[in-house]
Design a protein around this ligand. Structure first.
Ligand SMILES: [Zn+2]
Length: 68
């Protein structure tokens, strides 16, 4: 059974991850690299960006699961 506290902490962690992702996107906008893969710099598919603006890796690196 999941306690209310555990559930709350889960939400906090989700929110933290979202904040970090938004922070990173704002950084890329500042740097002029928004829409580019953070691993290889290749442009990210516009349709994927439109459906999820927080996507920060091209399909290849997303598949590899590389976050840095
Ligand atoms: Zn890439």
């Amino acid at each position: 059974m999941v306690s209310m506290e555990d559930e709350f902490l889960d939400h906090v962690r989700d929110a933290e991850q979202l904040l970090n992702a938004v922070d990173h996107v704002l950084d890329t906008i500042d740097a002029g690299t928004f829409g580019q893969c953070r691993s290889c710099g290749e442009p990210i598919d516009a349709e994927r960006l439109a459906s999820d603006p927080l996507v920060d890796s091209c399909e290849r690196h997303l598949a590899l699961g590389l976050s840095s």
